[in-house]
Design a protein around this ligand. Structure first.
Ligand SMILES: [Zn+2]
Length: 299
């Protein structure tokens, strides 16, 4: 019981860091969406999970928050016929995507990530008030790291795991399920709100723009693009999102060249003309403009 409370408190701290209210995890339900006979997505609280099922065992993408692990495990069992969860990939370090890693690691799931992500789990940044971050216990640290890409051949599917350097964070990965024609992007592409470049965790504007271009190049017109947050969408939406990112970059760059401060740049609302193209519900214009300003100013 004590352990549960510690994990719940940490998850709450992580959520507060994302600027959201603290949820009551006991009330969260895991909603399963079936996309094909062997591919499902799970939505609860936090980042979206992907599940590939079949006789070779379950392959899973991300783990949401620790207090939800049991519910998530039950939701997986309901569609996997009890096959064991063999592998998990983390798309990036944030707690709403990796919070359950320790619990799944203890169940015997082998976790994979890019080395930058593993390093940030082991040595997290301080919290918003400067309090030390809680390092991920050994059982939750990825057992295997990869620097480029990996392919899993499981359940009749070719799963391409492709590193995306320095985008939303410095440990991002996309997962392309070739036969299902599904790409999971983690959070460097989200279908609601403005982009979120987590510079403190190694994210960058350039990497995000390159990553979006990579998704556009990989995807076909019918590919399902599954973001970490927001409705499941398609290649055209990723192209539109990249256009907004590059458009805001140009506007902010002009203001930086004029010698404007960050406060003045944000107040000038340089993203204003793009607002109608950005679905509501995610990161704000002001935060994104601030992130773009900081990156352009630093270069
Ligand atoms: Zn994130």
């Amino acid at each position: 019981m004590k352990r549960y409370w510690i994990l719940a408190a940490l998850a709450t701290a992580a959520l507060t860091a994302f600027g959201q209210g603290a949820p009551d995890f006991s009330k969260v339900e895991i909603k399963t969406t079936k996309h094909s006979n062997n591919f499902y997505t799970l939505d609860g609280q936090g980042g979206r999970i992907g599940i590939l099922t079949g006789p070779d065992g379950v392959f899973m993408v991300d783990s949401q928050f620790a207090p939800l692990s049991e519910k998530i495990n039950n939701a997986i069992k309901a569609v996997s016929g009890g096959a064991p969860i063999k592998f998990m990939i983390n798309t990036h370090v944030h707690g709403d995507h990796t919070g359950g890693d320790e619990n799944f690691g203890k169940m015997g799931v082998t976790i994979f990530s890019r080395p930058q992500l593993r390093n940030r789990l082991a040595h997290p940044n301080p919290g918003p008030n400067g309090q030390p971050g809680r390092p991920m216990p050994a059982a939750g640290l990825p057992l295997v790291t990869y620097t480029g890409s990996l392919t899993f051949n499981m359940n009749g599917e070719e799963v391409r795991v492709i590193g995306i350097p320095r985008a939303h964070t410095d440990g991002d990965t996309i997962i392309y399920f070739v036969t299902n024609d599904v790409i999971m992007t983690g959070d460097f592409f989200r279908s609601v709100g403005y982009p979120n470049i987590d510079r403190a965790n190694g994210g960058s504007l350039r990497g995000m723009s390159d990553g979006l271009a990579r998704v556009v190049a990989l995807a076909g017109p019918n590919t399902k693009v599954v973001p970490g947050h927001g409705p499941i969408t398609d290649r055209a939406a990723v192209m539109a999102h990249r256009d907004v990112l590059l458009g805001v970059q140009r506007k902010v760059s002009d203001l930086v060249k004029q010698g404007k401060s960050e406060t003045d740049t944000v107040a000038a609302k340089p993203a204003g003309e793009f607002n109608s193209r950005v679905p509501e519900g995610g990161p704000t214009e002001d935060r994104f403009v601030g992130q773009v300003f900081q990156e352009l100013k630093a270069n």
